[in-house]
Design a protein around this ligand. Structure first.
Ligand code: SAH
Length: 219
């Protein structure tokens, strides 16, 4: 019999308390070990419901926010998903469990390489990691059933709306100030685009292009 992991039980109970109901999402959050995607002393805080630092001055997202984003994304095993802002690869791993194929874009080369290594070595095989500016999407792979962005933009990038299928869903934080960002759900229908505000969030900014070499340390 598998030993009961009390920290994991608390982790899942907290997600339920925060309103996460989808069984598949809860199962994926239980299966994917956040510790894998953290370094050094932060590994011991992996089951705390807080964002934590990763390299290049970025952060791994808060588990309850990740779970809400994925629940609202309504993925299924036939979805082709575009993720922008791979970061640690944690959300990518959860998406991998809940969709057919994930294309994940990161602008920091060292983060992209590390996440790619972790994902391959832990058997998340339906993921393709790409180095680039995610705000441009991937034209030659479009359209996507789902798009999810882990960095805040001032406005909804119109290029990405174009790369979303009719009937498709996009989840993203909008707002430039650190204190005034809102997580938005976009549903693209033939006749119109629907917007739903989910809740206030705090994400790193969606930046243009790739970082200049020497612009950051610890990468
Ligand atoms: N879900 C990730 C969050 C990482 S933080 C995790 O849980 O680890 C957001 C990431 O978006 C950062 O790694 C940052 O470098 C990346 N990012 C910001 N702007 C980007 C852009 N235009 N294209 C691709 N990645 C971008």
């Amino acid at each position: 019999m598998k030993p009961i992991n009390e920290e994991k039980i608390k982790f899942i109970l907290n997600l339920k308390r925060k309103g996460i109901r989808d069984k598949e999402v809860l199962k994926a959050m239980e299966t994917v070990d956040r510790k894998l995607f953290l370094d050094g002393i932060f590994k011991s805080r992996s089951e705390d419901d807080i964002p934590l630092p990763i390299s290049c001055g970025q952060t791994i997202s808060q588990p309850s926010v990740v779970a809400k984003m994925i629940e609202k994304l309504e993925t299924n095993k036939s979805c082709k998903v575009l993720e922008i802002g791979t970061g640690s690869g944690y959300l990518t791993a959860i998406l991998s469990k809940l969709s057919k194929r994930v294309f994940s874009i990161e602008r920091h080369e060292s983060l992209k390489k590390k996440a790619e290594w972790l994902l391959i070595n832990n058997n998340f095989r339906n993921v393709i990691c790409i180095l680039g500016d995610g705000s441009l999407g991937i034209e030659y792979q479009a359209p996507f059933d789902r798009i999810i962005i882990s960095a805040a933009a001032e406005d909804i990038p119109q290029i990405l709306i174009k790369q979303l299928k009719y009937g498709g869903i996009m989840i993203l934080p909008i707002g430039m100030s650190k204190d005034e960002q809102t997580l938005i759900k976009v549903r693209k229908e033939k006749s119109k685009i629907h917007y739903e505000e989910i809740f206030k969030v705090r994400f790193v900014p969606l930046l243009e292009g790739l970082p200049k070499i020497g612009n950051y340390i610890n990468g």
